[in-house]
Design a protein around this ligand. Structure first.
Ligand SMILES: NC(=O)c1ccc[n+]([C@@H]2O[C@H](COP(=O)([O-])OP(=O)(O)OC[C@H]3O[C@@H](n4cnc5c(N)ncnc54)[C@H](OP(=O)(O)O)[C@@H]3O)[C@@H](O)[C@H]2O)c1
Length: 290
């Protein structure tokens, strides 16, 4: 198992056999509008990725569906040769159509193709982590993930994947996956206004499994609430910093992957996530999502 010391807020967490910074980076915002096509500013996108690595971030979240291929290829261009400490998480389970939709693609042959496409576009021989993405754009959907997850477990046994996780999944699907193969993380939508997974987070923490919230800042609809703005104003901080600090304080198994296409926002988020929230601040913020 590797060790890692960091000055990034939140310290570190061990994902499988690799210790990562709890402050990570989500690459989705680097693709073009609607997560389709290349970014308007190619060099700017490379600068954000190199900036994240330069700040010491060792956990990057991506998917071959972003662009498609665009964010993976940017990561490859910006960061290869990859340092040993870097952990790249990707996900499978959807393709893109010409309209920018995200049609599900979870048959065994779809998943095998997506794993090979991720290997190629990232330029690696083994993927650090593959999340099996379930549900749809509206959120998790009930139903078995067994066939899909068994396919990924098979690809893991073939040596193409180091670690497995699930994404956009119900608590039942998380438990079903754990019955098939060990998982190191769950990546679901969660932030201070969307707290459906509170119980799941606590159960995963007890099991030593990471919870990686997507849309930590509200995603395409940035978080807005009077309480959030009020706490931020009291602390002399911006609301995004408070939202990230709240997540880090919510549970030690929460890993951040905020997305941004801006180096200035990246720096602001790193600096702000270390904000210390008092019990009073947390109580006020807790009321937003309850
Ligand atoms: N598993 C899944 O199904 C799934 C779904 C969605 C996303 N994800 C992953 O989760 C990651 C995070 O989600 P996300 O990027 O969609 O949403 P997010 O992190 O909640 O928010 C990103 C948005 O916040 C803005 N932002 C970031 N920092 C800011 C700041 N300091 N001040 C003002 N605005 C700021 C960004 O705009 P700027 O670019 O202007 O900074 C962007 O519009 C993605 O990158 C992706 O890797 C996974």
């Amino acid at each position: 198992m590797s060790t890692l010391s960091t000055s990034l807020p939140g310290g570190t967490w061990t994902l499988g056999d690799l210790t990562v910074t709890r402050f990570g980076y989500g690459a989705m915002q680097l693709a073009g509008p609607g997560v389709m096509g290349p970014p308007a500013d190619h060099d700017g996108a490379l600068a954000v990725l190199r900036g994240a690595a330069g700040l010491g971030v060792t956990h990057i979240d991506t998917s071959d569906a972003y662009g498609p291929r665009v964010t993976n290829e940017l990561i490859r261009e910006a960061l290869r040769p990859y340092p040993d400490s870097l952990f790249i998480a990707t996900k499978v389970g959807a393709n893109r159509d010409a309209q920018g939709g995200w049609p599900t693609a979870r048959r065994p042959e779809d998943l095998r193709n997506q794993v090979h496409e991720n290997l190629q576009s990232l330029g690696v021989e083994v993927l650090d982590l593959v999340n099996m993405r379930m549900g749809d754009a509206e959120g998790p959907r009930a139903g078995s993930l067994a066939e899909a997850f068994e396919t990924l477990a098979g690809l893991q046994q073939e040596g193409l994947i180091r670690h497995l996780g699930v994404s956009n999944a119900t608590a039942d699907q998380v438990a079903e996956a754990q019955g098939i193969a060990p998982i190191v993380c769950v990546q679901n939508m969660y932030n201070l206004a969307h707290r459906h997974d509170d119980d799941l987070i606590d159960r995963l923490a007890a099991d030593g499994i990471a919870y990686v919230p997507f849309f930590p800042l509200g995603g395409f609809t940035p978080l807005q609430s009077e309480a959030l703005s009020g706490v931020a104003a009291r602390l002399g901080a911006v609301p995004m910093s408070v939202a990230l600090a709240w997540l880090l304080q919510r549970s030690p198994n929460i890993l951040l992957i905020p997305g941004t296409s801006s180096t200035a926002h990246l720096r602001e988020n790193v600096a702000g996530a270390g904000l210390a929230l008092s019990d009073e601040d947390v109580a006020e913020l807790d009321r937003v999502g309850r």
